[in-house]
Structures are given as C-alpha cells and as structure tokens.
Design a protein around this ligand. Structure first.
Ligand code: ATP
Ligand code: MG
Length: 399
C-alpha cells in the first residue's frame, strides 16, 4: 500500500498557543487510521488540516505526492463526518443521501481524455443505483421516504455516513462520529464502520479518545498527546510495545515500575532481579517496567516472586480486579480467581510479561494505583454515609 497522505513537519498555533508541534505522519491508501489521545491533544485540528479547513503555520500536506497544503476543502478528494452531523431536516433519507450526487458533474463518455471534456449531470438511474447501494451498505433499505428528524441517533448517523460516502471520496475523515451514541449502539456501529471501510476500500482517518474503539477498529493507531505524536503502530504494537509511560498508561491498564537493566534479559526493581525477554539497554540503565494487570498470576505467598496484600476487590463480570499493596506500591491485577480483600498473596510474572521502556518525560507520572485504591476504599466503605458526604464529594473531585 502506497502513501496516500503525508503530513510533513506540521505545526499549528492558535492565539500564540502551539497546538500541533512538528507532526510527521503518513497514511497509506485504503488504510483505517485512528488518531487517539486525550481531550485537547490536537486530533480535530489534525483532521481539519487534512480536510483543508485549516492551514498549517509550518509544514506541508501531500496527497498522492502532490502538495495540497493551500488547496481549499472542496478541491480535495476528502469528505468529513463530524460528531454533530448536519443532515438536511427538510429532506427525507433518500434525498439527504442523493443531495451531493445531484450537484455532481461527470465527463461525457468519450470526451474524458480530450482537451475540452464535456460535462453532464448524473442520470436519475445512476443516482438511484448509487443511493440504493449506500442504503444497503448502512442497513437503511426501506427508510428511503422517512423524514430524517424521525430517525434515532444511530440511524441518523448512518445517513450521515452514507451521505459522505456516496460521492466516493478517496478519504473519509471521521471526528468522533459515534460519540453521541450509547455504548451498545456504538459497539454495533464500530463493527459496521469497519465493514463499510473494507467493502468500499476508502481510506478512513478516524478520531477518538476511546482507546478500546481505536484498538478494535484500526489498522494503524496514532497516539497523540499535547500536540505531538507519541507512537504510531498497529493496535497490537501499541498495546504490547508501548514506547513510553504515557502510551502504556493511556492504552489499557498498566503497572509501571521504576527499574534498571543490570544485563540483557534481566530487569531489577523493588530491590531484586527478574528474568525478562528484553535487551539492548545500557548496563544498569534506568528504565520504566510495564506489567499489564492480566499478565500477573496470583499464587501462594511462598511461591510468589513478589508478595502483597489485597487492598480491594472489584467484580468486573469476566474477571476480578484487585489492587494489591506490594511494599507500598499499589499494583492492579486482573484474575478470574477470587481472593478476599486483606489476604496476603504471591505474584508470579512470566519473563515475557515484562515490557521494558526507556525513561521519558512521562516517567514517574503514571503507573501506581494508589489514588485509584483510595477511591475504591472510599466507595466500598460502608461508613462513608450521609454525614461524610462532603468528604466523599471532595475525594471524587480530586480523583
Ligand atoms: N479555532 C481555534 N481557536 C483557538 N483554539 C483552538 C481552535 N481550535 C482548537 N483550538 C485549541 O487547540 C487545542 C487542540 O484542540 P483539538 O480540537 O484539536 O483537540 P482534540 O484532540 O480534538 O480534543 P477533543 O478530544 O476534546 O475533541 C485545544 O487546546 C483547543 O482549545
Ligand atoms: Mg476533537
């Protein structure tokens, strides 16, 4: 797959405030790419630059190798679905989808490659064929005559997607398109969007701050923070090989410990060493050690590599989630085994469950679940009743 869009050294400021800082990114043809990051990190701004609704202060945007940095939106082969999609309220479903096609002009057959091609509108049959294909794709056959204002949020979102795809853009930009939908519908629509992308072969650039959504839909995930790209990779790369403590913390749950690498395939923390599979660090290099909660086995204390006391237990449906105090550091462990709070347990961790990262500007900012467990203590404290309501509110605000 070749590079379709390329952002080269893109920077953008608003009111003297830099919101994008030297962004370098390419997007391959037919790829499903997701920009993922916390609120305010610059996702929408990046999308608007690609769509042509903003111009960068520095840098270049290439499309198929051609500089489009200054090209207005309507001349780019890009369509956008916004979170607050504006359907035409006075038009029915069919006419909403057909709208852009009625405006569209195509070269008259036989004149395409001549010096002066002739242009014509699409015929009624051509429009009907394309709208019907779109209605099928978004499962809205039979809704043609319905007024869009009578549709549910999910159905309206489908109309918005069909409307933006009917023109067959090379690229579809989607800015949190499912944000307004409830969880169940969002999950269904995630799958549907992925299927539509596969069926149409259109490049999707998708924006979300929901890491699960990003991991389940994308070919490539771009993790952003504070106007910079922290990591670009496949969902499994991003999850299994986070580049730094920010990515490890933002994508899923992570215990992140302060350690060193005394040798290849040996990591030291908490005053002792553990076998691991990573290498290539300087001798005794300070590192961040990531261990995912699901990669820790609960064993008898005498068999454990580490020992700790269960501070809290939460039933999560598929597994239990434990906060475990190991010499003052609060670990999160997920396990299908049940253990009571207060019990001393052993922790067993396979060598390949340690993921070793170089130190970064994010070191020390994440990784300990102590605030989390305070909150859990508060929530599970039967005495935190009416008279202590003020305290509880403060604790929630702090968290
Ligand atoms: N037109 C604008 N004028 C001034 N500031 C802006 C403008 N557009 C965006 N910003 C600022 O730029 C920063 C990045 O905004 P952006 O909308 O790209 O974030 P985001 O990652 O999409 O966040 P969210 O998840 O909340 O939608 C924010 O601090 C925002 O306030
Ligand atoms: Mg946004």
């Amino acid at each position: 797959m070749s590079k379709l869009i390329e952002l080269k050294g893109i920077s953008k400021s608003f009111d003297g405030e830099r919101v994008l800082n030297h962004i370098d990114l390419y997007i391959r043809d037919k790829e499903f790419v997701t920009l993922l990051g916390p609120s305010g990190c610059g996702k929408t701004t990046t999308l608007r630059l690609i769509g042509g609704f903003e111009t960068p202060d520095e840098g270049q945007i290439l499309f198929d190798g051609v500089d489009i940095t200054q090209l207005p939106p309507h001349r780019r082969q890009v369509n956008t679905v916004f979170q607050r999609y504006a359907l035409f309220p006075h038009l029915n479903v069919y006419d909403n989808i057909a709208f852009a096609l009625k405006m569209k002009k195509v070269p008259v057959e036989g004149t395409e490659n001549t010096a002066a091609p002739k242009w014509r509108h699409l015929t009624r049959d051509e429009i009907d064929e394309r709208v019907t294909r779109m209605l099928n794709m978004v499962s809205l056959r039979g809704f043609e005559k319905r007024n869009v204002t009578s549709l549910s949020g999910g159905q309206q979102q489908r109309v918005a997607i069909a409307r933006s795809l009917v023109n067959e853009p090379r690229v579809l930009l989607l800015d949190e398109p499912l944000g307004a939908l409830d969880l169940k519908l969002r999950k269904d629509m995630q799958k549907e969007l992925k299927d539509i992308q596969k069926a149409t072969n259109i490049t999707f650039i998708y924006v979300t701050h929901d890491q699960e959504e990003a991991l389940s839909m994308s070919d490539t995930v771009v993790v952003m923070q504070n106007g910079t790209i922290q990591q670009i990779g496949t969902p499994t790369d991003i999850y299994n090989e986070p580049k730094n403590a920010f990515v490890a913390d933002f994508i899923g749950e992570s215990n992140i410990l302060d350690g060193t690498m005394p040798a290849d395939r040996v990591v030291a923390f908490d005053g002792r060493t553990f076998p691991c599979v990573d290498g290539g660090f300087e001798k005794d290099e300070p590192v961040d050690v990531v261990i995912r909660p699901e990669d820790i086995d609960i064993v008898d204390p005498e068999k454990g590599m580490l020992c700790g006391t269960v501070a809290s237990t939460t039933f999560k449906g598929v597994h239990y989630e434990y906060i475990v105090d190991v010499r003052g550091f609060k670990w999160m462990i997920q396990s299908t085994d049940y253990v009571e709070a207060g019990k001393v347990i052993g922790l067993s961790i396979d060598p390949d469950a340690f993921h070793i990262m170089h130190k970064s500007e994010f070191s020390g900012m994440f990784g300990d679940y102590s605030t989390y467990s305070d909150e859990m203590d508060e929530l599970s404290d039967p005495n935190a009743g009416v008279e202590e309501e003020d305290d509880a509110e403060e604790a929630t605000e702090e968290a």
